[in-house]
Design a protein around this ligand. Structure first.
Ligand SMILES: [Zn+2]
Length: 349
């Protein structure tokens, strides 16, 4: 069986979702990018009964391989993975506090600086659309623009990440934020951090992501690390060298396999399970990852969305899913998965 570690990681993540309280029963679902498609949870199967060969393999053209039908939400999983080459994992859950806000059509504003974990200055809520529909996929993609999470009106939460571990971490952080926001609302709408303040948070987080000390205010009172490491993280000074350059887009050389006529094969054969289906004839080529939106771009746009206003205005436009080729999975295998998720979960307790 192919993708053994990814299948195992998918099952372990689903179980961790339920054990952490993020998910109840079989309502959530999870997918991971593979070459030309995705692995996704089967529909209506208890996670603790799931085996590696119960995981459904689905090509982006809709061809399904496996014993079961894919999750009823395969459309948004497929559309997100096809459009968002910056992520490998799509996690969906009806976590209680995120869903509580979503039943009011409310997103999570910048009431707390950690909303930046979703990539911007707020976490939007997509307008309601029936589960399993193309319409839901469309509004979700719109709400996820420049973000790695969104709420779904009267429904739940979607989180995107590069790996299973990051998806669990991000989902727990966002559910915790939603819980704090619901509690804060009990004594009224809390003040929101300004656009400038959130821009600082995003810059601070970006520096840390690149291994620099969080020294936004330039006091240079940073930890004294061992010589080998401190050399690479010493504060930049104009006299010594130019400021560190943060790449805006990573040029990645990946092998892409795309069906010759992919543009006409976007609509999969609904519910078809072809046990020995063969993927369409594929050709290899090299592409560069699309340019990522810079945090500053995000911050200037995003504060316009107040949480008290349902996101309908900003998510009204309907866009067809694009047909760009998807990169190969970067292999977020499940090694040390348990310890990573374990530490994420222990922080929650
Ligand atoms: Zn759902």
């Amino acid at each position: 069986m192919s993708h053994k570690k990814l299948r195992q990681g998918l099952i372990e993540t689903c179980i961790a979702m339920n054990e952490s309280g993020l998910n109840q029963g079989t309502s959530g679902n999870l997918s991971h990018r593979i070459e030309g498609g995705m692995l996704i949870t089967p529909t209506s199967m208890p996670y603790d009964q799931m085996k590696n060969d119960d995981i459904v393999e689905m090509a982006f053209d809709g061809t399904v391989t496996g014993k079961h039908r894919p999750s009823s939400e395969w459309r948004f999983h497929r559309d997100i993975l096809r459009k968002r080459s910056d992520v490998n994992v799509v996690l969906h859950t009806h976590s209680v506090y995120c869903t509580t806000l979503a039943t009011h059509g409310r997103g999570i504003p910048s009431f707390h600086y950690m909303v930046a974990v979703a990539g911007g200055t707020d976490i939007r809520c997509a307008p309601y659309a029936c589960f399993g529909t193309q319409e839901l996929s469309t509004v979700a993609l719109e709400a996820l623009k420049d973000r790695t999470a969104c709420l779904l009106g009267h429904h739940g939460l979607i989180v995107l990440a590069e790996t299973y571990e990051k998806a669990m971490w991000r989902a727990i952080e966002i559910e915790t934020l939603a819980k704090m926001y619901v509690h804060a609302l009990a004594i009224g709408e809390p003040p929101h951090l300004s656009e400038k303040e959130m821009a600082q948070v995003i810059e601070q987080m970006r520096r840390m992501a690149y291994g620099d000390a969080p020294d936004l205010d330039k006091v240079k009172d940073t930890p004294k690390l061992p010589v080998a490491r401190s050399a690479s993280v010493a504060p930049d000074t104009k006299a010594e060298k130019p400021a560190r350059q943060y790449p805006k887009a990573l040029k990645v050389k990946v092998t892409v396999k795309s069906p010759a006529n992919s543009a006409t094969k976007l609509a999969p054969v609904q519910g078809t399970v072809a046990g020995k289906a063969v993927a369409p004839k594929e050709s290899a080529k090299t592409v560069a990852a699309p340019k990522a939106a810079s945090p500053k771009t995000r911050s200037t746009k995003a504060l316009a969305t107040k949480a008290t206003t349902p996101a309908k205005k900003t998510i009204a436009s309907k866009k067809k899913a694009t047909t760009e080729a998807a990169p190969v999975a970067t292999g977020s295998a499940a090694t040390s998965f348990k310890s990573l998720v374990g530490s994420a979960l222990s922080r929650r307790k």
